[in-house]
Design a protein around this ligand. Structure first.
Ligand code: BLA
Length: 504
């Protein structure tokens, strides 16, 4: 048995990654008081820009270092009360520095990029633009989500030069599947592998709704502390959740080490305001990138999200249309037959198709009629008693019935999946729809039971060492019930209820 999800929400999922209070040294972080631009906190690598220490710098206002134009730019950004992160080019101490501004309730965060500081020569915009145009056109031609992901991985690998680019799709339990992979020769392939949810726990996933990417150019970095440690305006640690340079959780640095990775970049894919997947990039050596290079990831992630959303929307429409016509077909049969049991028998094959089922049974006290492959009579009677004991009045659905009803193990091959429409308020009458067992193999990237390993002290912990293939055979499970199918069942239940009440 696999038991990993609890770590996703409890242990790993509660590490306070936003209050880490150190940054990665590819930028400098300043915390400013809004009006005065007084520097109240600074990262200890500030001498690289200001030539004085953080301790000295916090006596000053940033205004003293800005030229007139930069000061005006900063001021205008604040006055517009923009909450988004905005990149601006400031002249600090006479040097041009790309700066990302975050306006908070009581203070401002300023991230200053070191990699491009003082640079004037940039890659001409057209060079970048033609690569992006090409990638966008290729993505747009794709006809399935798989193909979109494959092309995106291919193009991003070409543009970015990362050793490996993967696309990672989340499932309903937040495990992730690698659905596309492009990599240099000699690297370990994770194509088709599933990784447990706790590898990237819920608070880390949540950050992708705010930030387009997480960039770790060098896991061997020296963390830079903030001075002073406590923000004097809020009397607490600064919330670094949307800072690019935010320091990395130790467990994840170890994870990257175990994967043989020095640099990592992950970019979100969003669908319906939830995280659909990530583009995960690995490099075996350090990989510095400028804000502009990171912006290419952000842009392509938007293109990818939009394209995936449009495909999924089309698929959803087609599914809805088909399920609706079958649902109406059944409702018509109920109209045309004075007895529900007769409507059920007359409409049998449509019901099987409506619910993509192997069998269905109409159970009303002693009376049982069925279509397709269903459990034996006594097993159906037992199931009805179980539902009655549960006082099941709403639609019930399960795709691993044996896990909740021990008797169901004996008919798992035909009834691992069960969807029940209770037919009466007071009587024990049910329409039960069965789905067969689908035995399948999950290819895990390393043993998920070892996703986290505690040392003897029960406090120190490590991520797993190995990400090589670990196979799990899943039994007694059917295809899951889709939301639209459950909705159709609920609709049929309320129709039957109202229809039979009216007839009385
Ligand atoms: C972060 N884990 C991450 C991130 C990814 C993964 C992509 C985001 C940071 C990054 O881009 O590097 C996971 N990366 C993967 C997976 C693949 C990949 C699955 O390439 C597959 C191909 N991690 C653990 C355990 C814990 C944990 C046991 O293994 C918790 C105890 C936590 N992972 C964890 C945390 C973060 C993280 C806290 C956030 C790190 C941060 O942003 O500081």
């Amino acid at each position: 048995n696999i038991n990993t999800n609890n770590y996703d929400s409890t242990f790993c999922g509660s590490l306070p990654i936003h209050h880490i209070n150190v940054i990665q040294p590819y930028g400098v972080l300043l915390v400013l008081e809004q009006e005065s631009l007084n520097i109240v906190q600074a990262s200890e690598n500030v001498p690289q820009i200001f030539e004085i220490t953080a301790q000295e710098l916090v006596q000053h206002s940033l205004a003293e270092y800005l030229d007139e134009r930069s000061a005006a730019t900063l001021k205008s950004k604040f006055e517009k009360k923009i909450r988004d992160k905005i990149p601006v080019l400031l002249t600090i101490n006479g040097v041009k520095v790309l700066s990302i501004i975050h306006a908070r309730e009581r203070y401002l965060l300023l991230e200053l990029e070191l990699a491009t500081m003082g640079q004037t020569s940039e890659t001409p915009f057209v060079d970048v633009y033609q690569d992006i145009k090409y990638a966008m056109a290729a993505i747009d031609l794709a006809e399935t989500t798989r193909e979109i992901c494959r092309i995106a991985a291919q193009e991003l690998k070409k543009i970015s030069g990362f050793d490996k680019v993967m696309v990672y799709q989340f499932d309903a339990q937040w495990n992730g599947n690698v659905v596309a992979e492009e990599m240099e020769e000699g690297m370990e392939s994770y194509m088709g592998f599933t990784f447990p949810a706790s590898d990237i726990p819920k608070q880390a996933r949540a950050l992708y709704l705010k930030n387009p990417y997480r960039f770790i150019p060098d896991r061997l970095y020296k963390p830079e502390k903030l001075y002073p440690v406590i923000n004097p305006l809020t009397h607490s640690f600064v919330d670094l959740s949307d800072c690019n340079v935010r320091g990395v959780a130790a467990v994840h640095l170890e994870y990257l080490k175990n994967m043989g990775v020095i640099a990592s970049m992950s970019t979100r894919i969003i669908h319906n305001d939830t995280l659909w997947g990530l583009i995960a990039c690995h490099h075996r050596t350090a990989k510095p990138m400028s804000y502009q290079e990171c912006a290419v990831f952000e842009l392509l992630s938007n293109v990818l999200s939009t394209k995936i959303a449009s495909l999924l929307h089309k698929e959803q429409l087609a599914f809805d249309t088909s399920i609706n016509s079958k649902r109406l077909n059944f409702i018509e049969a109920i109209y045309n037959n004075s007895k529900l049991a007769d409507a059920f028998v007359a409409n049998g094959s449509n019901i099987l198709s409506l619910f993509r089922a192997g069998g269905a049974a109409f159970i009303q006290d002693e009376r049982i009629v069925s279509v397709g492959e269903v459990p034996a009579r006594d097993e159906l009677a037992d199931l009805a008693m179980w539902l009655s004991a549960k006082k099941q009045q709403e639609v019930f659905h399960e795709n691993n019935l044996a896990a909740v009803n021990e008797h169901a193990a004996s008919y798992a091959n035909i009834g691992s999946g069960l969807l029940v429409i209770p037919l009466g308020e007071s009587e024990d009458a049910y329409l039960a729809v069965f789905r067969p067992e689908v035995i399948h193999t999950v290819n895990w990237g390393g043993n998920p039971n070892e996703a986290i390993r505690f040392e003897g002290d029960n406090k120190t912990y490590h991520p797993r060492f190995s990400f090589s293939l670990w196979q799990q055979t899943v039994r007694q499970t059917s295809l899951p019930w889709r939301e639209e199918e459950i909705k159709a069942a609920e609709n049929i239940r309320s129709f039957i209820y109202e229809y039979s009440t009216r007839k009385k």
